[in-house]
Design a protein around this ligand. Structure first.
Ligand code: NAD
Ligand code: UD1
Length: 336
């Protein structure tokens, strides 16, 4: 099978490309390098010993997409390309809707015209909104998102559902990721945030490596085991392997299938700090500050549907996640 990977130079995309190539898939990668660089592609080749075609292209570029579909016999698309910074999305809602929602529509139009109607889409636990209790299940009502980024994911899920209603040839798998962390165990690819990280793990490892001085822990008065926010962290390689199962699924049936990709376990901010300290042997400076607006106390998945229907479970625990995040950070203190 030949898979087009949009956003394949990014964090989750690069890890998924490695697993796809290792599993024997042919891949074509598309990225506009808005939040990534060509070095990640070199490292995918280095890690796998395999080559692949790359197009520097934007998913909003209809002609560019047509050319890619015309030049390659694409069987299915894994669609990672998108903007993902929650805070930035509040400042730049039009850019987020245009890029994420508009870009996905353009991509689906190009797919339809090329007769390629199999897509795996990167959604997020954020679509469950603020009111569903954890463990979160795929059957729960979604919506009530609190920022434009989350709303783009919600809107795209609805658009993909409508697309299938209009044409039953489509096969659509929506993956709702929980909190991806970790890196390839080689330490050669990993998350490469621009500027000061918004997310917890890159912030903690940058404090551990001495790049940042102190972690701000956003609130210690939540109703959780130690008062700090609890999340379902998942190793990015487990997440990447979930995409292999999802590709097998889209290849084998039509319809819309939705899966949580998480471990089902919740860890607090301070659990993560301790686990990184253990993995790195370095003390992580932190201070407690007020809650971050829009944050939930607790968010973790019920991952049983992915186990039952895809035969997928996350296998890497929190120690491995922190060891691999740390190895990537230590070996690449300036990123790629
Ligand atoms: P990332 O920013 O590392 O990767 C996204 C890639 O898409 C980047 O390489 C970027 O350059 C590219 N891109 C963005 N807009 C593009 C466009 N218009 N045309 C072509 N390329 C474009 O992010 P990631 O963490 O790898 O996330 C991948 C997907 O998973 C995103 O859709 C994200 O919203 C979703 N997601 C991520 C997380 C997370 O915590 N990382 C959680 C839930 C969902
Ligand atoms: C955030 C986004 C979510 C997105 C996900 C992955 C919000 C409200 N949600 O999830 O939409 O899909 O990132 O990109 O932004 N924390 C600190 N200090 C920090 C950073 C984080 O204490 O410097 C805490 C947070 O309060 C939270 C936990 O660490 O309890 C995890 O935060 P983060 O990594 O930003 O992920 P989420 O907020 O779960």
């Amino acid at each position: 099978m030949k898979i087009l990977v949009t956003g394949g130079a990014g964090y989750i995309g690069s890890h998924t490309c490695v697993e796809l190539l290792n599993a024997g898939y042919e891949i074509v990668v598309l990225d506009n390098f808005y939040n990534s660089c060509a070095e990640s592609l070199n490292r995918i080749k280095e890690l796998t010993g395999k080559d692949f075609k790359f197009y520097e292209c934007d998913i909003r570029d209809r002609d560019g997409l047509e050319k890619i579909f015309a030049e390659n016999n694409i069987d299915a698309v894994i669609h990672f390309a998108g903007l993902k910074a929650v805070g930035e999305s509040v400042q730049k809602p039009l850019e987020y809707y245009e890029n994420n929602v508009g870009g996905t529509i353009t991509l689906c139009e190009a797919m339809r015209d090329a007769g390629c109607k199999k897509i795996v889409f990167s959604s997020s636990a954020t679509v469950y909104g603020m009111n569903n209790p954890s463990p979160l299940k795929e059957t729960m009502q979604i919506g009530g998102t609190t920022n434009p980024y989350g709303t783009t994911k919600y809107m795209i899920e609805l658009i993909l559902q409508d697309l299938y209603v209009s044409d039953k040839d489509w096969s659509i798998t929506i993956l709702r990721y929980f909190n991806p962390i970790g890196a390839h165990e080689s330490g050669r690819i990993g998350e490469n945030p621009n500027g000061i990280p918004n997310n917890l793990m890159p912030y903690v490892t940058q404090v551990a490596v001495g790049k940042l001085s102190c972690l701000s822990v956003f609130g210690d008065d939540y109703d959780t085991h130690d008062g700090t926010g609890v999340r379902d962290y998942i190793h990015v390689v487990d997440l990447a392997l979930g995409h292999i199962k999802a590709v097998e699924k889209v290849a084998s049936c039509t319809g819309v299938n939705i899966y949580n990709l998480g471990t089902g376990n919740g860890y607090s901010v301070l659990d993560i700090v301790k686990a990184v300290e253990k993995a790195s042997g370095v003390k992580v400076n932190y201070k407690i500050v007020p809650r971050r607006p829009g944050d939930l106390a607790t968010c973790y998945s019920d991952p049983s549907k992915a186990k039952a229907e895809l035969g997928w479970v996350a296998e890497r625990g929190i120690e491995k996640m922190c060891e691999d995040s740390w190895r990537w950070q230590k070996n690449n203190p300036k990123g790629y």
